[in-house]
Design a protein around this ligand. Structure first.
Ligand code: MG
Length: 160
């Protein structure tokens, strides 16, 4: 069986007056992530990992932040469209795993709903979707609450 691995990494600034959108959900917080789209760092790294697995470039290639079409766009649409590209190449998801790095707020209560959202977009069982969260012990831009980052890896299996 042909398998492909992919990896994604992304960072967004945090600022007051923005929504904190992570994994397709808006997490209540006094700061939110800044970006051209809805700045959903988790969905962005999953898109990049999926694209990377098949050497299809990155999220910026497919959805450029210079294109007004993508201004404020819901990143669930970006993930859906990315997933279509993967399926068109004849691949299915074995599993994905991810880590969101954020000092505050605690994400644990929101993770089940994020997993369900992503599993729904990809049309897979929730057991294939891993999401973890960590602080950075108050160190660096994450620890100083200046930004949010995330990492994701995916494993794809060729169909037939
Ligand atoms: Mg991004």
């Amino acid at each position: 069986m042909s398998m492909r691995i992919g990896y994604g990494y992304d960072v967004h600034q945090l600022a007051e007056g923005e929504d904190l959108v992570i994994g397709g959900l808006t997490v209540p917080h006094e700061k939110g992530s800044v970006g051209h789209s809805d700045a959903d760092v988790l969905l962005h790294v999953i898109c990049d990992a999926l694209l990377g697995a098949l050497a299809l470039g990155d999220i910026g290639t497919h959805f450029p932040d210079t294109d007004p079409t993508y201004k404020g766009i819901d990143s669930k649409i970006l993930l859906r469209d990315t997933w279509k590209l993967v399926q068109a190449e004849g691949y299915a998801l074995a599993n994905l795993d991810s880590t969101v790095c954020l000092q505050r707020p605690k994400l644990k209560p929101h993770i089940p709903a994020m997993r369900e959202c992503i599993a729904g977009i990809l049309g897979v069982d929730i057991s294939r979707i891993g999401i973890k969260a960590t602080t950075t012990e108050k160190l660096g831009f994450v620890g100083l609450e200046q930004g949010i980052s995330a990492h994701a890896v995916v494993l794809l299996e060729a169909q037939a």
